[in-house]
Ligand binder design. Structure first.
Ligand SMILES: Cc1cc2nc3c(=O)[nH]c(=O)nc-3n(C[C@H](O)[C@H](O)[C@H](O)COP(=O)(O)OP(=O)(O)OC[C@H]3O[C@@H](n4cnc5c(N)ncnc54)[C@H](O)[C@@H]3O)c2cc1C
Length: 390
């Protein structure tokens, strides 16, 4: 059996960062990846341009049962550190909006960079190579594979979440955590489009492609960005963001006119012969305004709408209540929320406190970033934290 210092399972964003970091510290590292293609999620990320970090990334941009868990790793490996690496590799990039950094060229540049960093650390690869099982004798981990077994005192699990199963996602991390007695916060799709319930689908399903600037709220979370109508429901950045917070039961509240003092605007047209949907079309897509007014029994001239009814319309425009039927699931989600419970892990090393040497990093951990480069920043930071000690 070949001895290593560190075995990393999963060669995605977090796994490659961890392997490179450990290897460049002089550790003998084996990186095991079961899929045939390397870094597929990186390749398809950010519309093919990889939104590789967000310059403003901080703990407030992450969901977790323990919102403070990500603080240490994020503080020790910041967006500046990753940007410096990107610049060292001569990769051109730009800020798109809201601190989101994208490659100017294809996302494969980031994969090539990570592969080169692994090579600089002398990382050995087994790929494609599934893992058949893991055992621990108290001192070291033994990983069984069709290529044979490998042994190391440190095992880093970087197999990601359940999103986009067709490019290699597996529940490996959750099963392994359970094997070692660690709790797992139930996984669920996040940053995911939402499906309309049948009545809303019948009304708004034909509006696919329309978008509005909206503020979408659930509980204390609120995001102002574009909301996009699809042939199945709602998507766009505002919806993807709020989907991570949605509990699957209560309605979302959508301010359809966040830039307008709606009550004053409508009051200014009280008594007008213009139809409400025609007026709304000054600030909303016409076809949506028509459907929305019909649904709210307000597709009439303003003079036919009484004061109390007009106030209700104004309130409904600022808080359109939508109860989705559900999410579009892991096939369409960008990330998996939930995962290995952070209560079981050290926030400094990402190691299980009860199982010395067993680390979990990246998306498989119960730390989920907002849309906008935050998830990769967590992958880099948690990978770096484990790679610095394993
Ligand atoms: C379409 C899409 C676009 C995205 N765009 C962005 C973006 O622009 N910016 C951003 O910050 N985030 C983005 N994300 C999220 C981001 O890709 C993930 O959060 C990030 O890749 C997580 O890194 P990871 O290393 O933890 O997991 P992954 O990147 O998923 O890597 C896990 C690796 O483990 C391997 N693996 C799984 N099971 C096993 C097993 N049993 N044995 C061996 N290997 C295994 C997988 O094949 C994979 O290579 C996007 C996600 C999707 C789906």
């Amino acid at each position: 059996m070949t001895p290593y210092d560190v075995i990393v399972v999963g060669a995605g964003a977090a796994g490659m960062m961890c392997a490179a970091t450990a290897g460049q510290r002089g550790r003998r590292v084996l990186l095991i990846e079961h899929y045939t293609k390397l870094g597929e999620k990186i390749r398809i990320s950010g519309g093919g341009r990889c939104n590789f970090t967000n310059v403003g990334a901080g703990p407030a941009n992450y969901l977790s049962r323990n919102p403070d868990f990500c603080r240490s790793a994020l503080a020790r490996y910041t967006p500046r550190h990753f940007i410096a690496q990107v610049e060292r590799h001569g990769i051109a990039y730009h800020e798109k909006k809201l601190g989101q950094l994208f490659c100017d060229g294809p996302a494969t540049q980031i994969i090539d960079m990570l592969r080169a960093e692994c090579a600089a650390g002398g990382v050995e690869w087994w790929m494609p190579c599934p893992v058949d099982g893991v055992t621990h004798d108290g001192a070291s981990f033994s990983v069984a594979t069709p290529k044979g077994a490998a042994r190391a005192p440190a095992l880093v699990v970087a197999t990601g979440g359940l999103t986009v199963p067709k490019i290699g996602a597996t529940p490996f991390a959750y099963r392994l955590a359970e094997q070692f007695g660690l709790a797992v916060v139930p996984p669920r799709p996040a940053l995911v489009p939402l499906a309309f319930a049948p009545a809303a689908l019948a009304r708004y399903g034909d509006l696919a492609g329309l978008s509005v600037d909206a503020e979408v709220a659930f509980g204390r979370a609120r995001f102002r960005e574009n909301l996009l109508f699809t042939h199945r429901g709602l998507s766009g950045p505002a919806i993807l963001q709020i989907s991570s917070y949605w509990d699957g039961r209560a309605p979302l509240s959508i301010d359809l006119l966040p830039a307008v003092d709606v009550a004053a605007w409508l009051a200014g047209h009280r008594g007008s012969s213009a139809r409400l949907d025609t007026l709304l079309a000054e600030n909303l897509p016409r076809r949506f305004a028509q459907q929305w007014c019909e649904a709210h029994d307000a597709a009439r001239p303003l003079r036919e709408i009484g004061d109390a009814a007009l106030e209700r319309v104004a309130a409904a425009l600022e808080a359109w209540s939508v109860l989705p039927a559900g999410t579009l699931g892991y096939a369409k989600a960008e990330v998996t929320a939930g995962g290995v419970d952070t209560a079981a892990l050290s926030s400094k090393t990402m190691a299980a406190t009860a199982v010395p040497g067993l680390h979990f990093i990246g998306e498989c951990v119960d730390v989920t970033g907002w849309l906008g480069g935050y998830n990769f920043q967590w992958a880099w930071a948690s990978g770096h934290a484990a790679g610095g000690v394993a």
